[in-house]
Design a protein. Structure first.
Lengths: 249, 431
């Protein structure tokens, strides 16, 4: 058995008196998609924000390729090639697509000045691959449609050779066609050997895209199951009642 | 690829679009022209004279320098209410340094050339320390900028008072006073040279921007538009120099200068003032701040933070340190403004910079900086400062009573924000 790409062991995080994440352990292998399911407030987003460096856990251990690591900021996470597409997209609305794509990792000229022309050319290149309809390069992203904004957020994660990708509700704001495109992209990235954590409310979509699903409720991990071992009803039972499927194990 | 940008939208404003001048900038220039024409009419032509325009320019410099820094502060959704008081503290420290501390403690003679440089360094260091303290309180201890700088408004005003025991400190060092305006100008010949260099630089910048766009297959505006824009810029620069050169040094003053050199004033000899050093300083700061805003990571992060603080944080930007940097820049600019303001008055007075926070914030806001963050330009803030100063000195020339002057300035600030809100709504801007 190969070493998992990511292991999060016994992670705890409280906000005030609330245990947002309560002794949760999950892992992710290269070329695997692991889905995180649960109600709003179950702790999924908090858990992945610990991995992406936005929150620091109270206790627990994170290993990347078997090595224990400390992820204390988004910058640390990026150093381990962890890229995140946030539910809120985390775009600066007043800047254009290229500025957002390269935010925090700008291409500069030898004199240290921003090389906007090159960043725009690179943006054009990656966009041609991800979303051929995307042509609005020189305008603030506030002027873009939901799908186009999503493309910018995805491009930002994909461009920098992520090895671990976190996608928090990547299709929530999208139409049918664009959702299809994101699903195809996930399959393509998975084939390239990336490990992907996917958060979604759409159980059917999760069963189609994921290899395993982990279900959380009230900050606890109810269980992690291989998708071929469970039915949609089993998963719903886990989400709603916090009940592990009986014939499993 | 980018079909949106290359096809000019039809309808009115086509010429402005081809020139890529933004309508908001045109509106502000229009407002300034209207204000000037109205006052010129009301004062029987005394407003638009070389002498008054010269004075208007040097009176604007101090507020305009701070306004460029206020753009960054407001773009990042902060505010700085303490700039007038920080200016006073920097001014007090520099006045004491050059007139008391250096001559008494180090035994430097009055007029020693080292005094100027030591004073400047001490002043800027003071600005950096105060700015860093504000930035640390705001960024790291997360106290709202409004509160930190409201406290600072009181603290620094009275630190200045304490340092000088409330006295007026002067006369200041002769080289230092050259920063004030009327006492330090380049003269006609050098002013033309600077003007021509500025024109050449502007044309070169236009040319290289176009070439850069072409090499990356970006759309460019038509050649006639480039040429018109270049002509417009050069005309503006040279016209400005011509006005400053046309303001002649009064005969009595010239006579004194010649007598000081042991010569007599030749019959019919005249000399123009030309470009004041303080204005040159403002232009240099404006260029530097514009480069920071548009061409550096720091500027990109400032605008990104203003557009979406969470996104900036999640992108790995050290937003706390960013806040410190912004307030340090503001502190440095306050120190430079303090030099210009005290040098112009030829001494440090206890009330220097009083109410400057209002003028500086008004200049930035009138200049199109959105209080909601993420939007603002350096040249806009300078234009805003010029509009404010024109209003104020125009009213003074017309003979409007002091209380009414302040009432009008206050109302203009509120109306400017209203106009800004309506403009953004019409443009469908979300910011």
């Amino acid at each position: 058995m190969t070493t998992p790409l990511v292991e999060m062991n016994d992670i705890c995080l409280s906000f005030g008196g609330v245990r947002a994440v309560d002794h949760v352990s999950i892992d992710l292998n290269p070329g695997e998609v692991v889905g995180l399911l649960g109600h709003n407030g179950a702790g999924k987003s908090t858990l992945i924000k610990i991995l992406s460096g936005a929150y620091r856990p109270d206790s627990g251990e994170i290993r990347i390729n078997g090595e224990p690591v400390k992820i204390e900021s988004p910058r640390d996470a990026r150093r381990y090639n962890i890229e995140t597409i946030y539910q809120t997209l985390a775009l600066a609305d007043n800047l254009d697509a290229a500025s957002n794509l390269f935010l925090g990792r700008e291409i500069v000229t030898p004199t240290g000045m921003l090389n906007d022309a090159r960043m725009e050319a690179e943006t054009r290149r990656i966009m041609a691959r991800l979303n051929p309809n995307f042509k609005k390069l020189g305008v603030p992203v506030s002027a873009l449609s939901g799908g186009q904004r999503q493309s910018v957020a995805i491009a930002r994660a994909v461009y920098f050779n992520a090895r671990i990708l976190i996608m928090d509700e990547p299709t929530a704001a999208l139409g049918v066609h664009e959702t299809r495109m994101v699903a195809d992209l996930i399959k393509e990235l998975k084939a390239q050997g990336l490990g992907i954590f996917l958060i979604s409310h759409d159980t059917r979509e999760m069963l189609e895209l994921c290899d395993r699903v982990s279900v959380m409720k009230n900050g606890r991990l109810i269980g992690t199951e291989r998708v071929e071992d469970v039915t949609e009803d089993d998963i719903l039972a886990m989400i709603i009642m916090g009940k592990k499927p009986e014939r499993a194990a | 690829m980018s079909d949106i940008a290359s096809t000019p939208p039809r309808g009115k404003g086509n010429i402005a679009r081809a020139l890529e001048l933004d309508t908001r900038l045109l509106g502000m220039i229009g407002a300034l022209v209207v204000v000037c024409l109205i006052f010129n009419f009301l004062t029987d032509g005394r407003f638009l004279t070389p002498r008054n325009l010269f004075n208007l320019t040097i009176q604007t410099v101090s507020v305009a320098i701070m306004a460029t820094g206020m753009v960054f502060v407001i773009v990042t959704r902060h505010i700085d209410l303490s700039v007038g008081s920080v200016l006073a503290t920097c001014s007090a420290v520099m006045a004491m340094t050059q007139t008391r501390w250096l001559p008494e403690a180090l035994g430097l003679d009055i007029g020693n050339p080292a005094i100027f440089w030591i004073t400047v360094i001490v002043g800027i260091a003071t600005g950096i320390v105060i700015g860093a303290l504000h930035g640390w309180l705001i960024g790291y201890l997360t106290i709202p900028a409004f509160i930190v700088t409201l406290g600072g408004l009181l603290v620094w005003r009275n630190v200045a008072w304490y340092i000088t025991s409330g006295q007026t400190i002067g006369p200041l060092d002769a080289s230092y006073m050259k920063l004030g305006g009327i006492n330090g100008t380049l003269g006609v010949q050098w002013s033309w040279i600077v003007g021509l260099i500025a024109c050449a630089t502007a044309l070169l910048a236009l040319f290289s921007a176009r070439r850069n766009k072409l090499t990356h297959d970006h759309p460019v505006k038509p050649l006639w538009a480039e040429f018109s824009l270049g002509a417009l810029i050069c005309g503006g620069i040279l016209g400005f120099i011509a006005i400053l050169n046309a303001y002649e040094v009064p005969a009595a003053r010239l006579r004194r200068i010649f007598e000081a050199r042991g010569e007599t004033l030749p019959e019919g000899y005249t000399e123009g003032y030309g470009l004041p050093i303080s204005v040159l300083l403002l232009i240099a700061i404006a260029i530097a701040m514009t480069i920071i805003a548009r061409r550096t990571r720091l500027g990109r992060y400032i605008f990104a933070f203003g557009g979406n603080p969470d996104a900036a944080e999640l992108s790995g930007i050290n937003t706390r340190l960013l806040t410190v940097k912004i307030f340090v820049m503001m502190g440095i600019l306050c120190a430079i403004s303090a030099m210009v303001a005290s040098a112009r008055l030829a001494n440090h007075s206890n009330d220097i910079g009083t109410l400057d926070e209002l003028r500086v914030i008004a200049a930035a806001v009138i200049g199109g900086t959105a209080l909601s963050g993420g939007v603002g330009t350096i040249h806009g803030a300078i234009l805003g400062a010029l509009i404010m100063q024109s209003l104020q000195s125009g009213m003074a020339m017309v003979g409007v009573d002091a209380p009414f002057q302040n009432i009008v300035v206050g109302m203009v600030l509120v109306i400017a924000v209203l106009v800004d809100i309506l403009y953004r709504k019409r443009m469908g801007d979300r910011t």
